[in-house]
Design a protein around this ligand. Sequence first.
Ligand code: AVJ
Ligand code: FE
Length: 417
Amino acid sequence: MKFVSIQSRREEIFKILQACRSRTLDLFADLDSETLCKQAHPDFSPVGWHLGHIAFTEAFWILECCAGLPPVFSQYHKLFAADGLPKSERQKLPGIEVIREYLDTVRTQVLTYLETAPLEKQERLWRWLIQHESQHSETIAFLLQLHRWDREGFYTQLHFSNPKSLIQNPKSDEMVEIPAGEFAMGSDAIDAQDNERPVHRVYLDAYRIDRYPVTCSQYRAFMAAGGYQERQFWSEEGWQWLQDNPVSQPLYWSDSSDWDNHPVCGVSWYEAEAYAQFAGKRLPTEAEWEKAASWDVEKGQKLLYPWGNSEPNVKLCNHDTLVGHTTPVDAYRGNQSAYGCCDMLGNVWEWTASWFAGYEGFKPYPYRGYSQTYFDNQHRVLRGGSWATRPWAMRSSFRNWYHPGVRQILAGFRCAR
Ligand code: AVJ
Ligand code: FE
């Protein structure tokens, strides 16, 4: 490991805190007060709540726990704490100016504290906090999409300028062969979440995995084959889910062939499972996904990102709400993994077959309810990040998790065999 002075790490954290905040606030530019306070869906809080919760979390961990400062805006603690009120009671919110004032007041104190904070002991917490905001920022982004979609129909506003598919017909059926062997799973880096730790060796038998995420045109074939009507494609649980949630297409779906090379987006885990069954494939385990994304067998090394160790940017993948919707699965040159898998980070989250669970030796951080509460065999792991994922929460070892029935998140999938 190369030595990085505390001072330059302080500066880096300062820069990222500010960059992350600026991306969050961009989402609220000319947002009306009704949308701020309204639930887009009963499973999710209003976007204004997420914004206040970002301020609350920063104040709690940095100002109260680290700096030992007295609480600020304590009248809003119950409202903006994750365990304060049920989601349906989070709609009576202060105005955007007040929430902004809350954010700014906290941030000013936080930056002052950062100047002298004992980073050698706290760096992990600061980096966790940045990722906490990043994740809420993504949630805000897809909730705003849901609101827009309710108002005007999601696809009317889209125009496909850039980037385009590189080739007319990406061979989206192609699979990549991953030979048997060990790889290093997880991360012990300073910015790793508790659920990514510790790094451990995993042996996998040979398998094949799709080179690209499943596209809309592939998924259309499933629909045309009676995908949503035929019992045979669905597991027992999946069929039950379909009876309880009678849908006939992904949530973010368009019939237009303009979308053919885009990844399917807005499917539950059960729909992904059914498609895989239809295709004679299965969903990859998260270990299979991570090995395909990150292992460089020739170097015997794990890479941070499929393309190597350089940070995500606009030329490498569709992320950070820079495009604002999905892009063709082959639109980005040079983002393939060492094994040759494409479009693994950004664009759409990818459902995996795995239940969310702690790796052996798991230690909760910074609190039990961050990850461990969800090791309950009721959450499936997603990998890779979406078009709305912030760069600070996107890497090959990053794990996301949701109930298998959730469709509002920006999720697609790829298959394995
Ligand atoms: C991992 C994205 C499911 O947003 O509920 C945010 C992350 N945890 N605050 C969520 C999280 C606490 C979490 N997800
Ligand atoms: Fe949170």
